[in-house]
Design a protein around this ligand. Structure first.
Ligand code: XMP
Length: 520
C-alpha cells in the first residue's frame, strides 16, 4: 500500500497473525497478513520484513503447515529480515537445520526471560523481563551457525539468531500485552534490524485510498448498502470525497431486525453528512415472513442475506429506471471481515458467514471496498480524521443480521419487541454510567427458555434474557466486561420491570474463545 515498505506477516493459523499485524501497525509500520500456503516469491521480494506467526499446529506432526523452503532460501539470499514467533520460531529452527522436541509439560502464561547476550533485538530492555509463553514443543537443537540470545527456566532456546543474517526466532509472544517489552522488541526488529522507518498512519493512508477510488471511477451511479454504522458510513464518505455526492445512492433497508428508531436515525445521520440521495426502504414484513420457522443460526444468516440481496437488487432496478445505470456497489468491508468469512487467511476456519461479505458479488456491480485493508480501530481513526461525528464513530458494532442473531431460536415479532426494548435499556444505562465507550459491545440476548418467577405476588412463567458485555480490541478475541454490580443491577431491574414477558436476567461470564460474542 502506498509504495511504502510492507511487513509481511505469514499466517500459520489461529488468530495470532492478526494480532501481530495490528501491533506492527500500531508501531507505525504497514503490515499485511498472507496465508502460508499462498505466499509468493513477490511477497518475499517486496517485503521490508517478514514475520512468521504462531499457530495451533505442531511442527512434529505430519501435514503441519510449513514454509516453502524455496521462499526461505529467497529471503536469505535477498537478506530479508525474518522473525519467527512461537510456531514460526520452531519452523524456522527446523528449516535451518535445527531440531524441535516435545516438551514434557509445556509452558503457558507468564515466564521470566533472561537475555544472555547483547543484541539489537533486545536493545533498551532489561536482562530479566516478563514474557508470555504458550507452547509445548520447543527448539532443542540450534540450527548450525546460530546463537542463543535468551532463555527461560523451562526453555533453553527462548530466542536465537542466525549469525551473519537478519534472521531471528523467539519462542515467546512479543505481540501479547503481557509480554512486558513486546512492543519494544517488535520495534527493535523493525527499526534496529530491518531498518524500516515508521510511516504508516491510517489517517494518511486514506488519502491514497481516495485517490485510488477517484482513478478507478468511470462514471455511472454508485449504490451503497448503508446501515448507519461506522464502516459503511465511512466507506461511503470516502467515495463521496473521491467522486462527489451526485452519483451516490444510499439505500437503508429496514429489515425489521434493527434497534428502536435505528433506520430513521441512519437516514438522518447520512443526510447530515451531505449525502443527497438517501433512500429508506421498509422491508420488515418480507424478512419476518422469510424467517418464519427458521431456527438454525447459519440458516438465519443465509435467509437474511438472500432477502437482503433480493430487496437491494429490486431497489437498484427501480432507482436505475429513474436515475440511470448503476455500475458500482460500495461496501464497508474491513480487514477482519475478510478473514472471519474465510475470504483470506486460510489458517482460520470459517466461523460465521457475515452476510456483508458474501452478499454483493452476485449483483453484477463493480465492488468498491475502501476500508478492506483497515482494522476497526484504524477505521475509527480515519473517520475522526475525516470529521465524522464521534457519536457515530464510537458506537458499538451491530451485526448485519441484527437482532435476529440475538433471539436464540425462531425469530418472531413478539420476541423482537422484547429484545429491542431491552437493548434500549442496556444502551441507556451504560451511557448513563459513562461505560459505553469502554466496551466493545454490550447487548441483551433473548434465550429460548422460560423460567418461574414472582411478579406482584403472582407466579410468572416468562423469558430469560442474557446480558452480554465484552471488551475487545478487534472482536477476534474478547473478554467479558467486569461491569460494576450496581450497573448490572440497574439494568436487570429495569429489564424485568419494563419489558413484558421477561422475569430473569443472566450475566454472561464467558470470554471469546471459547464463546463467540454473539449467541448465534
Ligand atoms: P462473533 O459473534 O463471531 O462476532 O464473536 C464477532 C464480531 O462480528 C459481529 N458479527 C457479525 N457482523 N454479520 C455482521 O455484520 C454477522 O453475521 C455477524 N456475526 C457476528 C459481532 O457483532 C462482533 O462484533
Amino acid at each position: 500500500m502506498d509504495g511504502r515498505a510492507r511487513v509481511v506477516v505469514v499466517d500459520f493459523g489461529g488468530q495470532y497473525a492478526h494480532l501481530i499485524a495490528r501491533r506492527i501497525r500500531e508501531l507505525g509500520f504497514y503490515a499485511e497478513v498472507v496465508p502460508y500456503d499462498t505466499l509468493k516469491p513477490e511477497d518475499v521480494s517486496s517485503a521490508g520484513a517478514i514475520v512468521l506467526s504462531g499457530g495451533p499446529s505442531s511442527v512434529l506432526e505430519e501435514g503441519a503447515p510449513r514454509l516453502n523452503p524455496s521462499l526461505l532460501e529467497l529471503a536469505l539470499r535477498e537478506d530479508k529480515p525474518v522473525l519467527g514467533i512461537c510456531y514460526g520460531h520452531q519452523l524456522l529452527a527446523t528449516a535451518l537445520g535445527g531440531a524441535v522436541g516435545k516438551g514434557a509439560k509445556g509452558e503457558y502464561g507468564s515466564a521470566t526471560l533472561e537475555v544472555l547476550t547483547e543484541d539489537p533485538l533486545f536493545s533498551g530492555t532489561p536482562r530479566i523481563q516478563r514474557v508470555w509463553m504458550s507452547h509445548r514443543d520447543y527448539v532443542d537443537t540450534l540450527p548450525p551457525g546460530s546463537l542463543v540470545l535468551a532463555r527461560t527456566e523451562d526453555c533453553g532456546i527462548a530466542a536465537f539468531k542466525l549469525a551473519g543474517a537478519r534472521v531471528y526466532g523467539v519462542q515467546f509472544h512479543p505481540e501479547v500485552k503481557h509480554t512486558e517489552y513486546g512492543a519494544r522488541i517488535l520495534e527493535n526488529f523493525l527499526m534496529g534490524v530491518a531498518r524500516l522507518e515508521p510511516s504508516w498512519r491510517p489517517e494518511d493512508a486514506v488519502k491514497s485510498v481516495i485517490e485510488r477510488v477517484r482513478a478507478a471511477y468511470n462514471g455511472g451511479n454508485i449504490l451503497v448498502a448503508a446501515s448507519g454504522g461506522v464502516d459503511s458510513t465511512t466507506a461511503a464518505y470516502i467515495v463521496k470525497l473521491a467522486v462527489g455526492h451526485e452519483p451516490i445512492h444510499l439505500v437503508v433497508i429496514d429489515t425489521g431486525l434493527l434497534r428502536e428508531g435505528e433506520a430513521e436515525r441512519a437516514v438522518g445521520t447520512l443526510k447530515s453528512l451531505g449525502f443527497k440521495h438517501v433512500h429508506l426502504l421498509d422491508a420488515a414484513r418480507e424478512f419476518l415472513s422469510a424467517l418464519k420457522g427458521v431456527v438454525d443460526p447459519e440458516e438465519k444468516r443465509r435467509v437474511i442475506a438472500r432477502v437482503y440481496f433480493e430487496v437491494l437488487e429490486r431497489r437498484a432496478r427501480e432507482l436505475s429506471a429513474v436515475y440511470g445505470e448503476f455500475r458500482y456497489l460500495v461496501q464497508g468491508t474491513i480487514y477482519p471481515d475478510r478473514i472471519e468469512s474465510g475470504r483470506a487467511g486460510r489458517g482460520s476456519d470459517r466461523i460465521k458467514s457475515h452476510h456483508n461479505v458474501t452478499l454483493p458479488e452476485k449483483l453484477g456491480l463493480e465492488l468498491i471496498e475502501p476500508l478492506a485493508d483497515f482494522y476497526k480501530d484504524e477505521v475509527r481513526k480515519v473517520a475522526i480524521s475525516l470529521g465524522l461525528p464521534e457519536e457515530l464513530v464510537y458506537q458499538h458494532p451491530f451485526p448485519g443480521p441484527g437482532l435476529a442473531v440475538r433471539v436464540v431460536g425462531e425469530v418472531t415479532e413478539e420476541k423482537l419487541k422484547v429484545v429491542r426494548k431491552a437493548t434500549k435499556i442496556v444502551e441507556e444505562e451504560l451511557r448513563k454510567a459513562g461505560l459505553y465507550r469502554s466496551l466493545w459491545q454490550a447487548f441483551p440476548v433473548l434465550l429460548p427458555v422460560k423460567t418461574t418467577g414472582v411478579k406482584g405476588d403472582a407466579r410468572s412463567y416468562e423469558y430469560a434474557i442474557a446480558l452480554r458485555a465484552v471488551v475487545s480490541e478487534d472482536a477476534m478475541t474478547a473478554e467479558f466486561a467486569k461491569l460494576p454490580w450496581e450497573v448490572l443491577e440497574k439494568i436487570a431491574s429495569r429489564i424485568v420491570n419494563e419489558v413484558e414477558n421477561v422475569n430473569r436476567v443472566l450475566y454472561d461470564l464467558t470470554n471469546k474463545p471459547p464463546a463467540t460474542i454473539e449467541y448465534e
